[in-house]
Design a binder for this molecule. Structure first.
Ligand code: FAD
Length: 340
């Protein structure tokens, strides 16, 4: 196996998190990774470093410190104002060569995935994609990344004991972002690096920001499966009453009843709402992985043997088309009584 550009002997024991930003804020997934990174770094007694690339984004470092970073390495350059994978790879690669971190974590977002893949190739190290958990063996300094395989039937634990940095990506919503209570050292380091236009093949012609919904932030998620027979208006009525959003399993998405961005699960969005409703959903692991960390799961299914009930806190055996309207009616009546 090819050796990584730097190895265990040269590593600087530390956990690094790529700080992705958009619209003047750090992405939630970066805050989630900082929180997980803080836990790993504390267990090993290592520093936690945020790697921030951009142009005039120094002010965002405060958010990184608030979520646990001890240091922020800042790469400031006009060519980093907008994400292009070639500019970000050139710059991040130089920072990593200078800092030689043990662990480097990226959000499994479109940009994070793009960057992580290129960096891993350039650094000649491995990359564990879409991890569902991370652990650090502080004695060996080895990161263990958990990924699901074969439709969730297998949990694989992956390690790269001889390669550095140990790289993993994690999707938004897998970990919880938590502000740190304790005030820690807050050190900002401006990194010197080389970057010029000849290194950038990508030209941004137009930037179109979708009006997409961020389901990872919804406190309540009302999910519909094949069993609701495409009636997402009913799901929307319930979601509206509860201040939530609607999600779906893959079949209604494939059948065109709802947009793909609302698909929950392994190939969709992973969420952590306070309450998740699963209506007319059988409970395939591909779906369950997207809501299994919800505070409370309520399932409605006409089949008393449906596997979804194994994951649910409240199980209603019945027809969605009868149970959900009755639930909505009862809740509306409650609201009216409260406001009377
Ligand atoms: C590689 C791969 C990735 C995948 N990724 C995803 C993913 O990210 N997300 C995802 O959701 N799926 C994913 N799938 C598909 C997944 O395996 C399941 O096929 C899918 O989740 C099933 O959706 P469902 O529960 O809506 O449908 P079904 O399995 O058909 O279940 C429908 C349920 O509705 C119940 N029902 C029927 N009528 C009623 C009624 N009137 N009232 C109450 N209950 C009723 C039935 O009893 C049944 O339990 C993936 C599959 C593969 C192979």
């Amino acid at each position: 196996m090819v050796a990584s550009l730097y190895g265990v002997q040269e590593e600087q024991k530390s956990v690094w998190v790529f700080l992705e930003q958009s619209g003047g804020n750090l992405e939630n997934v970066s805050l989630e990774l900082l929180s997980k990174g803080r836990q790993l770094a504390d267990e090993a007694d290592w520093p936690l470093v945020g790697l921030m690339l951009g142009y005039r984004v120094k002010g965002l470092a405060k958010q990184a410190f608030d979520f646990g970073a001890d240091q922020v390495w800042l790469l400031n350059h006009p060519l980093l104002k907008r994400f292009t994978v070639d500019a970000y790879t050139h710059a991040a690669y130089q920072a990593i060569q200078q800092g030689k971190p043990s662990v480097f974590l990226c959000g499994a977002t479109p940009n994070g995935r793009d960057l992580a893949g290129r960096l891993a190739v350039r650094l000649r190290t491995g990359l564990n994609a879409d991890c569902t958990d991370l652990r650090l063996d502080s004695e060996r300094g080895v990161l263990t990344s958990e990924v699901t395989g074969f439709g969730g039937g297998v949990l694989a634990l992956l390690e790269a004991p001889d390669h550095r940095p140990q790289m993993s990506t994690v999707r938004p919503g897998v970990f919880t972002a938590q502000r740190v209570e304790k005030r820690r050292s807050r050190e900002m380091l401006e990194v010197s690096f080389q970057l010029d236009e000849t290194q950038i093949q990508t030209r941004i012609v137009e930037r179109i920001v979708g009006k997409g919904v961020d389901l990872t932030q919804a406190p309540v998620l009302v999910c519909g499966g094949r069993g609701i027979d495409g009636d997402f208006e009913l799901m929307q009525d319930l979601a509206r009453l509860l201040g939530g959003e609607i999600g779906a399993t893959r079949p209604p998405v494939d059948e065109g009843h709802i947009e793909r961005e609302r698909q929950i699960g392994q190939t969709g969005v992973v969420c952590r709402p306070n309450v998740a409703f699963a209506c007319g959903i059988s409970g395939a692991f591909h779906f369950v992985v997207g809501i299994q960390n919800a505070g409370v799961i309520v399932s409605i299914n006409s089949d008393p043997e449906a596997p979804i009930f194994d994951y649910s806190d409240y199980c209603v055996v019945g027809n969605v088309a009868e149970v959900v309207p009755a639930l909505i009616e009862t809740m509306r009546a409650e609201v009216e009584v409260t406001h009377a």
